[in-house]
Write a protein that binds this ligand. Structure first.
Ligand SMILES: Nc1nc2c(ncn2[C@@H]2O[C@H](COP(=O)(O)OP(=O)(O)O)[C@@H](O)[C@H]2O)c(=O)[nH]1
Ligand SMILES: [Mg+2]
Length: 226
């Protein structure tokens, strides 16, 4: 009985910090995306592919969350953009305070794009706003097409669903159409791209979505400035 008010207080404090972060990102014209999935769906792989596709002069940085290790940061550092690991020490999600703390020694005026890899979990990260412009949920074809119905909150809150590991479709019973229908039952407006981070298949669709999102932010910033 006492758990509910305490949880509400933690979440409202998180929302306050997230709102401050969002205002700072908007002020600096930074597109911030929060990547969420189960462990192993391919968040780091998608970020690796994304960083590999960006020219070196791009003003992009990555925060990557993990319960225990800095393995993902080590993988992502190879692309020569700023990367920081957030190790939560057991907590199953990132929160806005962790983002605020890990951004403290980065100059936001030097960034245009901030990519946040959340801790692998389809439940808890859905409740914690990080100040992002959009959440991106990654689901791989080995996880079953029913996941949007089982974890509706994260699919409802995400702007984009990345269906990953399509190279494995010949080997697993996964119905793409049903997965997309389930996602749209929960969130009719969700965008969907189908990719393989292994072969590179479909990645242009994801990169086009990203480019489109960056362009709309730029025109918004220009409109506000005029
Ligand atoms: N077959 C296949 N494997 C993939 C693909 N994307 C990622 N993987 C593999 O899936 C595993 C987990 O990927 P990772 O990016 O670490 O997932 P994360 O835990 O969500 O960050 C790794 O062994 C990847 O090599 C893909 O598109 N196809
Ligand atoms: Mg990862």
């Amino acid at each position: 009985m006492e758990r509910v008010p305490l949880e509400r207080k933690v979440l409202s404090e998180n929302d306050r910090i997230a709102a401050e972060l969002r205002a700072r990102f908007e002020e600096h014209g930074i597109l911030c995306l929060n990547f969420i999935s189960s462990p192993g769906s391919g968040k780091t792989s998608l970020l690796e592919r994304t960083l590999a596709s960006l020219p070196v002069h791009e003003r992009v940085a990555v925060l990557t969350g993990d319960i225990q290790t800095d393995n993902d940061a080590e993988r992502l550092k190879r692309y020569h953009f700023p990367v920081k690991q957030i190790t939560t020490g057991g907590t199953c999600h990132l929160d806005a305070r962790m983002i605020e703390r890990h951004l403290a020694d980065w100059r936001l005026e030097d960034l245009d794009l901030l990519l946040i890899e959340n801790v692998g979990n389809l439940v808890c990260p859905a409740s914690y706003d990080l100040g992002e412009a959009a959440k991106v949920v990654v689901l791989s074809v080995t996880e079953g097409e029913d996941k949007p119905l089982k974890y509706p909150s994260i699919f409802f809150k995400s702007e984009l669903l990345v269906l990953n590991k399509i190279d494995l479709l010949p080997y697993v019973p996964f119905d793409m159409r049903e997965a997309a229908e389930n996602a749209r039952r929960v969130h009719p407006g969700i965008d969907i791209v189908k990719v393989s981070c292994l072969t590179g298949g479909g990645l242009h669709e994801w990169l086009m979505w990203l480019e489109q999102r960056r362009r709309s932010l730029k025109s918004l910033v220009r409109a506000v400035a005029n």
